[in-house]
Ligand binder design. Structure first.
Ligand code: HEM
Ligand code: HEM
Length: 428
């Protein structure tokens, strides 16, 4: 029997421990952060799924590499083993309940792990949401309790019994590592606190976050896909939109620092009847243009503080028409929108950026034909008081959504231009 755990087991032990501390630090802040904090949701989910994968690897290593024999029998030995089993249950249970809670949320926000890998939703009934959510929060506390017992046990062996048990988890009997490895756990926790947006839990924002219902909170976290971690993906998916780079130049002219804090929760807006969402695409020298007659939008945004924006547009794909009965008959089919399986398309964005006076850009997530990809839209607001006119556009790379994948699409241009115009009235 070996004197200590394999190097693989040791590395995994300490890496997972540090990542768990990071997760708890970030997790506790998620719900209170208001509009700014949602970038952290995607990070929390990405790191959480990483922990799940590392834990599975660790369990595999446990069976594959020999471990040192148990040092102690009796009730103390049984307690130590029970705590180990509990810790494994926590390492698996925390990510699984987290995954379950996002999979059962009212608004299913797509997850791109580290901005790259889509995480599917688990096929669970929505009725299990509360259980998953409560379980997720509770498991963190159970994990902390087990951790304290575990550390107490390790200290007992090291300080009281002096039997050298601790060296089984510390390579090379190195005193430096004996300090450094547990310190990683503290560092993980501090790193989790350090990346939280500073001073954003102003009373106004905190209460705004509390007042919003589940759906809003979960939709809001889409911001994660829009900010740092997926910026590149979003930009890549929208290379075409970069033609519009003049507005990027204006963006640079807008001061990045905001001196004023918003006075209250950002206002919500109701879309007035008579708006339009249109699309057009080149086809062999001509342009095919159409529109969607049925769509809804939920918009929360303070034009002076665009980072507060919370946008959710839902389009009934069966309402698409290009004004030609023959072509309209093709749109619901597999080659284009596959409306039987995917009747609605959604665009969700949390936070927008000013790109000029009254002009904005929002990086969000478009779900179309069952595919979710980062998507940027640009829009302008005009008007004063309680009404605003909203006009805007987006360029969509249709291949990414598998739209126009058949023979009759051979001469369709790869980019589809979407434009919208509507009036919105302030609710509060
Ligand atoms: C792997 C270890 C994980 C740990 C230790 C952890 C820990 C936590 C903690 C402590 C909270 C705060 C709960 C509260 O105060 O009620 C939280 C919230 C949250 N976690 Fe995790 N988490 C982990 C993994 C995941 C994963 C994999 C996902 C999703 C794929 C996830 C999704 C969420 C979400 C969406 C929230 C927001 C709170 C809510 O809506 O209730 N977590 N997490
Ligand atoms: C300062 C913090 C920690 C110290 C000093 C520590 C120390 C140790 C030691 C010495 C062992 C070997 C026990 C033996 O040979 O019987 C061990 C095993 C173990 N530790 Fe930790 N640990 C710490 C944190 C954690 C954390 C945060 C977790 C997980 C949440 C964890 C999970 C485990 C598990 C599951 C085992 C059993 C390994 C196996 O036999 O499969 N430890 N730990």
């Amino acid at each position: 029997m070996p004197q200590r755990y394999s190097l693989a087991a040791i590395i995994l032990h300490w890496t997972i421990a540090a990542l768990l501390a990071f997760q708890i630090a970030v997790g506790w802040a998620l719900e209170d952060l208001g509009a700014r904090g949602f970038a952290l949701y995607q990070l929390h989910k990405s790191v959480g799924i990483t922990i799940l994968a590392l834990t599975l690897a660790r369990i595999a290593v446990r069976y594959w590499k020999p471990r040192p024999t148990k040092l102690e029998g009796g009730w103390q030995g049984a307690l130590a083993s029970a705590v180990h089993v509990g810790l494994y249950a926590f390492m698996l249970g925390a990510p699984l309940t987290g995954w379950a809670l996002v999979s059962t949320a009212k608004v299913k926000v797509p997850t791109l792990l580290f901005g790259v890998l889509p995480l599917p939703h688990l096929p669970l009934p929505q009725s299990s949401h509360a259980l998953a959510e409560n379980g997720h929060g509770l498991l963190a506390w159970i994990g902390i309790a087990l951790f304290l017992l575990h550390v107490a046990g390790a200290l007992r062996h090291h300080v009281l019994m002096g039997d050298g048990l601790i060296w089984r988890m510390v390579p090379g009997r190195s005193t430096a590592l004996l300090v450094a490895l547990p310190a990683l756990i503290l560092l993980g926790f501090l790193a989790g606190r350090a990346i939280l947006p500073a001073a954003r839990t102003t009373p106004a924002l905190a209460s705004a976050a509390e007042n919003s219902d589940d759906a809003t909170v979960n939709t809001a976290e889409v911001e994660a896909a829009l900010s740092s971690s997926t910026d590149n993906a979003a930009e890549a998916a929208n290379k075409a939109a970069a033609d519009n780079s003049s507005s990027d130049a204006t963006a640079a002219a807008v001061p990045a620092e905001k001196t004023e804090e918003p006075a209250g929760p950002p206002p919500a807006w109701t879309v007035q009847p008579g708006g339009r969402i249109g699309f057009s695409v080149g086809n062999d020298g001509e342009t095919i243009s159409g529109s969607f007659s049925k769509w809804t939008a939920k918009i929360v945004m303070d034009p002076d503080h665009p980072d507060s924006a919370d946008i959710m547009v839902s389009i009934d794909m069966t309402s698409a028409s290009v004004g030609d009965a023959y072509k309209d008959g093709m749109l619901p089919g597999e080659e284009f929108f596959a409306t039987a399986a995917h009747p609605t398309a959604t665009f969700v964005a949390k936070g927008a950026e000013a790109t000029g006076a009254g002009r904005y850009r929002a990086k969000g997530m478009l779900t179309l034909k069952g595919v979710s990809k980062p998507q940027t839209i640009r829009f302008a607001l005009t008007g004063e008081g309680v009404t605003r006119k909203v006009t805007g556009s987006a360029t969509i790379a249709r291949a990414a959504f598998d739209v126009g994948n058949g023979e009759s699409s051979g001469s369709l241009a790869p980019q589809v231009a979407v434009s919208f115009a509507f009036s919105a009235k302030r609710k509060n």
